[in-house]
Design a protein around this ligand. Structure first.
Ligand code: CAA
Length: 258
């Protein structure tokens, strides 16, 4: 069964990440399918905009797939971070608008995915965070850069250093999401309303707004390079082995600092 479901309704592409058994975590297959979808969206005139969500009421995306991460060496970790960063940059630079409809946990790579979209709206029960530090690793799909851009250095550092999760209302208060609604039904209605408004404008102007805003952050590449290098360095540590093993074995990690 496909891990991503798509449906095109009059030019609006609904994209649902669907691995509910793993809280829609981003494994290699999901990333590859997302890559194909976004490339298609760039080229296909029948796709005007995208609404991205997760299957079910519990999770948008609970992060990169920890099972896959747990066996990475430094070289693989660096390559994975760069691959993820490139994909999320393609989302961010997409000339077709992308709205993240966040229906539950948006953690780690899931929060990073939402941040790469142009607009974020969430349900009341959504939770946000960059909890990678609990696993002995750091955000690797652009989170150190985009979270800092969106909410400012102080709040971004607190979230990434503590691994704390915040509610949808807190995320709204710090500028991480634009709107919070009661439930999934309202989420989809609002996403569609906002998208319909955008799609009623000139598509060339819409694409240029996105391009111009992103141009203001074009100095960011060095930060992304540093993030991938650090992500790879973390992947060589005993703490990372311990952090991911503890998650998979459902116990608390004991970090040695090595
Ligand atoms: N990867 C793989 N599997 C995951 C997962 C993930 N990121 N998150 C949840 N799952 C799986 C769980 O292992 C569990 O599977 P089993 O039923 O087979 O045991 C299933 O999804 C349901 O999860 P829980 O039983 O843990 O559900 P819960 O309600 O008790 O907790 C949660 C929910 C707080 C979101 C918890 O699942 C959790 O902490 N998940 C991990 C979040 C995380 O650390 N994300 C960051 C990943 S690293 C990353 O993203 C790096 C990067 O930047 C590239």
């Amino acid at each position: 069964m496909s891990t991503i479901k798509t449906q095109n309704t009059s030019g609006l592409l609904w994209v649902t990440i669907s691995r509910p058994e793993a809280l829609n975590a981003l494994n290699a297959e999901v990333l590859q399918t997302l890559r194909e979808i976004i490339q298609e969206a760039y080229q296909n005139n029948a796709i005007k905009g995208i609404i991205l969500t997760g299957e079910g009421d519990k999770a948008f995306v609970a992060g990169a797939d920890i099972k896959e991460l747990s066996s990475l060496n430094a070289e693989q970790a660096f390559a994975l971070a760069q691959k993820g960063q490139l994909l999320f940059k393609q989302l961010e630079d997409s000339p077709k608008p992308i709205i993240a409809a966040i229906n539950g946990f948006a953690l780690g790579g899931g929060c990073e995915l939402a941040m790469a979209c142009h607009i974020r709206i969430a349900t009341e029960n959504a939770k946000f965070g960059q909890p990678e530090v609990n696993l002995g690793i750091i955000p690797g799909y652009g989170g150190t850069q985009r979270l800092t851009q969106l909410v400012g250095r102080g709040k971004a550092l607190e979230l990434m250093l503590t691994g704390d999760l915040i509610s949808a209302q807190e995320a709204k208060a710090i500028g991480l999401v634009n709107h919070v609604v009661a439930n999934r039904e309202e989420l989809m209605t609002l996403a569609q309303t906002i998208m319909s408004k955008i799609l009623s404008k000139g598509p060339v102007a819409v694409a240029h707004v996105i391009k111009s805003v992103n141009a203001g952050f074009s100095f960011e590449q060095e930060g992304y390079q540093a993030e991938a290098t650090s992500f790879a360095a973390c992947a060589t540590t005993e703490d990372f082995k311990e952090g991911t093993a503890a998650f998979l074995e459902k116990r608390k990690p004991t970090f040695s600092g090595k």
